[in-house]
Write a protein that binds this ligand. Structure first.
Ligand SMILES: CC(C)(COP(=O)(O)OP(=O)(O)OC[C@H]1O[C@@H](n2cnc3c(N)ncnc32)[C@H](O)[C@@H]1OP(=O)(O)O)[C@@H](O)C(=O)NCCC(=O)NCCS
Length: 126
């Protein structure tokens, strides 16, 4: 297993709460339908949404580009049956992963009262 790079991000949960409250399109702009369905299932908890947001920025750093040449909805973070985050890519980000030989992206999310944090590892072909 070879690693392209790692990425980390931290966000104030309150910033996500404010974005949701002030911009009715925020969720639709940043998250896929599957992610929004998952958030609804979790009672739209701000820490869960903030965790997914931080995970997307962490992933963009693990690729080494930041959110550039793809958009937030090209990354989808769901959970497996026991709660572990699972990453899927779409559109331009899928092409970028092919170009960079990225075969998998791992992500880990945590949150406390005020902050959500995520880190990511982009794994490339040997
Ligand atoms: C890179 C990016 C994800 C950083 O996120 P942020 O929430 O603004 O800032 P953070 O505090 O989390 O991270 C900043 C750190 O990310 C790191 N970083 C910057 N560019 C990076 C890149 N291309 N790859 C990996 N890490 C990067 C740096 O270490 C930086 O800290 P430093 O400048 O003190 O060294 C974000 O700025 C980004 O995507 N930029 C790209 C293009 C852009 O501006 N798009 C508009 C977004 S809507």
């Amino acid at each position: 297993m070879n690693i392209l790079d790692i990425g980390v991000d931290i966000i104030e949960i309150n910033r996500i709460k404010e974005a949701i409250e002030t911009n009715p399109r925020f969720l639709d702009k940043m998250f896929t339908e599957n992610e929004i369905a998952y958030f609804n299932k979790r009672g739209l908890k701000h820490e869960t949404i903030a965790g997914n947001f931080a995970a997307k920025e962490a992933i963009s750093k693990s690729i080494g580009t930041g959110i550039r040449n793809f958009n937030f909805k090209d990354i989808e973070i769901l959970r497996n049956e026991i709660g572990k985050p699972i990453v899927k890519t779409y559109n331009n980000l899928t092409q970028i992963c092919i170009d960079y030989n990225v075969i998998d992206i791992k992500v880990s999310i945590s949150h406390c009262k005020e902050y959500a944090v995520a880190n990511a590892i982009a794994i490339v072909k040997e």
